[in-house]
Write a protein that binds this ligand. Structure first.
Ligand SMILES: Cc1cc2nc3c(=O)[nH]c(=O)nc-3n(C[C@H](O)[C@H](O)[C@H](O)COP(=O)(O)O)c2cc1C
Length: 192
């Protein structure tokens, strides 16, 4: 068994991508206001390496505002078919503009236009208002590349704690906890 949590995550993620019916990269992202009011929602994992786990969103959204005020987050993967979960906690920093541009360029044109059309997390009077904004943007950008909106960006969660949970019979589950100790990791077990 690998003693490096990133290698172990990579192995589990590969199994999840092979086995889960869809969205193996779907993860719950928990953020909180500075006075400790939590909120949680799903996002998609779009990159991971030793530096951390990356997702993309609108920085003016509720999560974006919470992260600007309190740059810490928790992530949770639950791969139901594998009966496994991974819990990740750490500090969050925006990814650089070039990295965000490169990812934005891989998105479908409609997704790119949608990033401009959506005031994510703001009240919307009707679905028609959103659709008409989208149609106007599509017409205005006909034949042009769609640039990344400045408020659409990536965030990297740099893990300080990663726990790998495996289902075992009779709820005698296995919990492997990795905590960052300087440049390396310390591994231990937790009672289920
Ligand atoms: C499976 C799944 C994946 C999602 N992925 C993303 C994502 O990568 N980025 C994003 O901004 N919203 C994503 N969403 C929508 C968010 O859950 C959420 O509705 C939205 O980001 C607004 O959240 P907020 O108001 O807390 O900022 C996803 C939803 C689901 C169900």
């Amino acid at each position: 068994m690998p003693a490096d949590p990133h290698q172990l995550f990579e192995a589990w993620f590969a199994e999840a991508k092979a086995g889960e019916p869809n969205d193996a990269g779907a993860m719950a992202l928990a953020t909180a206001t500075p006075d400790g009011r939590p909120s949680v929602r799903m996002v998609l994992l779009k990159g991971h390496d030793e530096r951390g786990f990356v997702f993309y969103t609108n920085s003016r959204s509720r999560k974006g505002e919470e992260l600007a005020a309190n740059g810490r987050a928790a992530l949770l993967f639950h791969w139901k078919s594998l009966r496994r979960q991974v819990r990740i906690e750490g500090a969050v920093t925006p990814v650089g503009p070039l990295e965000a541009d490169a990812y934005f360029a891989t998105r479908s044109r409609d997704s790119q236009l949608g990033a401009w059309a959506s005031d994510q997390s703001r009240p919307l009077v009707s679905r028609e208002v959103f659709e008409s904004r989208f149609a106007q943007l599509a017409a205005a950008n006909e034949g042009k590349d769609v640039p990344r909106p400045p408020h659409w960006c990536g965030y990297r969660v740099a893990p300080e704690r990663i726990e790998f949970w495996t289902d075992r019979p009779h709820r005698l589950h296995e919990r492997r906890l990795f905590t960052r100790a300087g440049p390396g990791w310390t591994e231990g077990l937790l009672y289920p």
